[in-house]
Design a protein around this ligand. Structure first.
Ligand SMILES: Nc1nc2c(c(=O)[nH]1)N[C@H]1C(S)=C(S)[C@@H](COP(=O)(O)O)O[C@H]1N2
Ligand SMILES: [Mo]
Length: 213
């Protein structure tokens, strides 16, 4: 197992576009607003090169693992087209996503009895996220390395970000560094700041989500 340190991570000094660009209410879609806003709650873009990228998966697993980008790309890949929707109201229609299903990663490491949730860390050392195991196993919840028809850019959370298609954008953690399999849901950054832990876009339980093709 490769140890993951701060090596290889440089922080680009810039950009903060945090919650200020759209002041509309929940679910209000602005016709002129269908482009991505680049968010970073840390105020920085962690720059992780493709060569140095590592994803650690640990906690309640049979086999703790560290995945390189090549490891992830060698796993069964899935791709689909979905809208991306921020809880503040902006939405980008028909975004192409590609990566490996989170369920595939969980099956690779083996989930131990007693596990109920996942906690996600970012290379920004600030944002965090959570999903229950059953949410994580939905077919359109992926560890994404391509987006918009190209490798995920640094601004969008590359080389690797989470994409949780049935939920609002805040669940799609950028600059994904680690997945911890845990015995209870640990609300992430946005949830501790007031967003729902279960960020379903349609307000349902997600049971009717058609999944990906
Ligand atoms: N690490 C990190 N991930 C993050 C965020 C963030 O600030 N930091 N913002 C979230 C929110 S609220 C949204 S809407 C999307 C925005 O994705 P984008 O920056 O690629 O447009 O990223 C999500 N993931
Ligand atoms: Mo968001």
């Amino acid at each position: 197992m490769a140890a993951l340190g701060a090596a290889g991570i440089a922080f680009g000094a810039k950009v903060q576009e945090f919650g200020v660009s759209v002041a509309s209410g929940l679910g209000v879609l602005l016709p002129e607003g269908n482009h991505f806003r680049i968010y970073s709650v840390s105020g920085t873009y962690p720059v992780v090169t493709r060569d140095r990228y590592r994803l650690v998966v640990d906690g309640l697993v049979e086999r703790r693992a560290t995945f390189t980008l090549a490891d992830l790309e060698a796993m069964p890949r899935t791709s689909f087209v979905r809208d991306f929707q921020c809880v503040t109201g902006w939405r980008v229609p028909q975004v192409h996503w590609e990566g490996v299903r989170l369920s595939e990663i969980l099956d690779t490491v083996g989930v131990r009895p007693g596990a109920v949730a996942l906690s996600f860390d970012s290379f920004d050392n600030t944002d965090t996220e959570s999903l229950t195991l059953s949410q994580a196993r939905l077919p359109d919840v992926i560890v994404a390395y391509r987006m918009l028809g190209a490798p995920v850019t640094t601004e969008h959370g590359g080389p690797v970000r989470l994409y949780v298609a049935p939920m609002f954008g805040y669940k799609s953690l950028k600059w994904l560094s680690a997945i911890h399999v845990v015995d209870q849901v640990q609300p992430g950054f946005w949830e501790r700041n007031g967003y729902p832990v279960n960020g379903w876009i349609d307000g349902s339980t997600g049971a009717n989500d058609p999944g990906s093709t």
